[in-house]
Design a protein. Structure first.
Length: 335
């Protein structure tokens, strides 16, 4: 059974300086570089007429350095060095991307709406949890109507109503992520706002609260939680690359299939991680998983893209999308 919290150990081993790499799915997607680099090094050896180990080491270092800085078509113009930073240090690579928490207006994003409703409901005395530790049913119903509207709520529940937290998946996720972010905690059967949350709510810009939730969702929450697909951790690890694609191509509406193809072009060996599906093929399975996790449950949920449909669910639809005004308020790419 998949857990909601992401395994962080794969990001704690090794650094770029000592040549060690994090042990993760993304490791495999750089492996084809090695054979190509060997070929380039052989050519370098022939050109320089290298006949000592020290000269070989110098040549190898130079070849590796050049290749890491060379833009790659499959990465949409990014170099392997830049892609490495996108995958492993997305919030600490200010030379290629910066995030802002200074928004002129409250973010128009359902994730932010729900965390705000949750924080308000907790208030000073907290929100009583159910016997199983979930949010109370009345709050869940009110949050669904407030964030989706009556019609959207009926569509989500197929004409029924929200009777418990698990009936409203997005609220369930926000509650989990808010706890991972240290915004709320459960104590003696009640959900309470933390001091960190109080401080963020009092900040002049609501962007600070948004960015805390955004960071926890991308770094701590497990995107594979409860969606029925394979783990495919590279999809989450590449969240910043996906945002880069939206930055590059999102000024106009494009089919989501366009972004699915760009992702597969960059990480073709992700297909090796897909189990044989009951219906369709591995490529179709990977693309559906990518669009669900990245575009629907992340980019759209956090208000970073606009979709050309008012339907609550887009699974199986070849919808069109473009970046939202919030996108350029949140982040700037410098590549």
């Amino acid at each position: 059974m998949k857990t909601a919290e992401r395994d962080q150990h794969q990001h704690e081993n090794g650094s770029k300086d000592n040549g060690a790499r994090p042990a993760s799915d993304a490791e495999q997607h750089m492996s084809d570089e090695h054979a190509s680099m060997i070929d380039e090094l052989r050519r370098e050896i022939e050109i320089r007429d290298i006949d000592s180990l020290s000269e070989l080491q110098v040549a190898a270092n130079e070849v590796s350095y050049r290749r890491n800085l060379r833009p790659r078509d499959e990465f949409c113009g990014l170099s392997p060095d830049q892609m490495y930073k996108f995958l492993y240090v997305p919030f600490d690579s200010t030379e290629i991307v910066t995030f802002s928490d200074n928004f002129p207006n409250p973010p128009e994003a359902r994730a932010f709406t729900l965390v705000s409703l949750l924080a308000d409901a907790c208030g000073d005395k907290g929100l009583k949890a159910t016997a199983k530790g979930y949010l109370p049913a009345l709050f869940c119903r009110e949050a669904a109507i407030a964030s989706l509207g009556e019609e959207g709520c009926r569509e989500m529940t197929f004409g029924s109503e929200v009777r418990k937290e698990l009936d409203f998946y997005e609220l369930h996720v926000v509650r989990l992520v808010a706890q991972m972010a240290g915004l709320i905690r459960k104590y003696r059967g009640r959900f309470l706002r933390t001091k960190k949350c109080e401080k963020l709510l009092a900040a002049p810009s609501s962007g600070k609260l948004y960015l805390e939730l955004f960071t926890a969702y991308t770094r701590k929450f497990n995107w594979a939680y409860s969606d029925g697909y394979d783990d495919l951790g590279i999809i989450q690890e590449a969240f910043l690359f996906s945002l880069f694609l939206i930055h590059r191509f999102g000024d106009e509406f494009r089919d989501v299939a366009f972004y699915e193809e760009k992702f597969l072009q960059a990480f073709p060996t992700a297909l090796d991680k897909v189990c044989d599906p009951v219906y369709g093929n591995k490529e179709e399975q990977l693309k559906r998983c990518y669009s669900l996790r990245t575009m629907e449950r992340f980019a759209h949920f956090f208000g970073l893209i606009e979709l050309d449909s008012n339907h609550h669910t887009y699974i199986g639809r070849n919808y069109k999308m473009k970046k939202s005004p919030l996108f350029d308020q949140l982040l700037r790419f410098h590549v």
